[in-house]
Design a protein around this ligand. Structure first.
Ligand code: FO1
Length: 309
């Protein structure tokens, strides 16, 4: 019986690691629990960026270079929207619109996000279990030197320029884990945390009541893949955010942030000499090719196996 693996993930970093896992184990034994703190309503549409990045990546439709949206996208809708003076700071591709329009319609007629996600995954031949962290509304907001910003306004409209002082997840206190989330964590043989931004993409997951406790009591070893490579973050605002939060851009900071949740940390060889108290393994964690992704996924599972024994 091959092992059951659960991966907690945001968008891009997690999608790469899931692709890597799919090269080395059956997709049916993989469950991705996905951040929905980036979700928001835009032009009346329900947008779920991290779920969509995973859907696109795992179905081979992703614009990998861009890190979001579809490959070969067209922009007639945006051109027409602009001509009417509509909000054009958040780009919605013509193909991408199908996801948002149908998801909005299905949610409005009473289907939970988890059911909508499962339907889309099935439609696009994605065989892993893709679970939103919750079916309830949770919204990441940032307190910055430009005031209180909803996540997409910080990330897209302001390109992560504002200085972050605090982060909160509105609605998390009243949210419940989506169906299957706690069971997947309890039944897992290994639990991985993707190299997503710990503060922006993983913390929303840990803020949903029940999920952190489930992780702390899980039988499976929990291994995080560090988002830091060579004292920097591979992409996105992670390093800048860490500095603004007064943290060193080190694996010591990552280990401290996940203290009590993880049992091991997969660190990049460029940071391998850092003295870490936590169990860790050193490998090349840069994931550019499919082979890279398989290698990092295997290394994470090897560390988990070492911790389990
Ligand atoms: N990111 C951008 O930087 N600019 C955009 O215009 C943009 C549009 C967009 C539309 C749909 C979607 O699912 C994601 C989109 N993203 C865009 C990415 C999104 O902001 C990020 O993927 C996450 O929220 C952060 O991981």
């Amino acid at each position: 019986m091959s092992k059951r693996v659960v991966i907690l993930t945001g968008g891009v970093g997690g999608a790469k690691l899931v692709l890597g896992l799919m090269q080395i184990m059956p997709a049916e034994r993989i469950t991705a629990i996905v951040n929905t703190g980036d979700d928001f309503e835009h032009l009346g549409l329900a947008i779920s960026p991290d779920l969509d990045t995973l859907l696109y990546t795992l179905s081979g439709k992703a614009n990998a270079a861009q890190g979001w949206g579809r490959d070969g996208e067209s922009w007639q809708f945006m051109d027409a929207l602009k001509s009417l003076g509509g909000e054009d700071w958040f780009l919605l591709g013509d193909g991408d619109m199908a996801l948002h329009v149908l998801r909005t319609r299905l949610l409005a007629t009473g289907n939970p996000l988890s059911a909508v996600t499962a339907r889309f995954a099935k439609a696009w031949g994605v065989d892993i279990a893709m679970l939103p962290m919750t079916d309830d509304p949770v919204a990441t907001h940032l307190t910055t030197d430009e005031g209180d910003l909803p996540f997409q306004h910080y990330f897209v409209a302001r390109r992560c320029a504002p200085k972050v002082q605090a982060i909160r997840f509105e609605g998390a206190d009243h949210a419940s884990p989506a169906p299957g989330v706690l069971e997947a964590i309890a039944e897992a043989d290994a639990i991985l945390i993707a190299p997503s931004n710990p503060w922006l993409s993983v913390d929303p997951l840990l803020a949903v009541p029940g999920i952190r406790t489930a992780l702390e009591t899980a039988k499976a070893p929990i291994v995080a893949v560090s988002p830091i490579v060579g004292g920097q973050a591979v992409k996105g605002p992670t390093a800048k955010l860490m500095s603004e939060l007064g943290l060193g851009i080190t694996n010591t900071s990552i280990a401290a942030h996940y203290n009590g949740v993880i049992d091991g940390l997969l660190v990049d060889m460029r940071d391998g000499d850092e003295d870490l108290s936590l169990s860790h393994m050193v490998t090349d964690t840069l994931m550019q090719t499919l082979d890279d992704r398989a290698r990092v996924a295997q290394a994470a599972l090897d560390l988990a196996a070492r911790l389990a024994s």
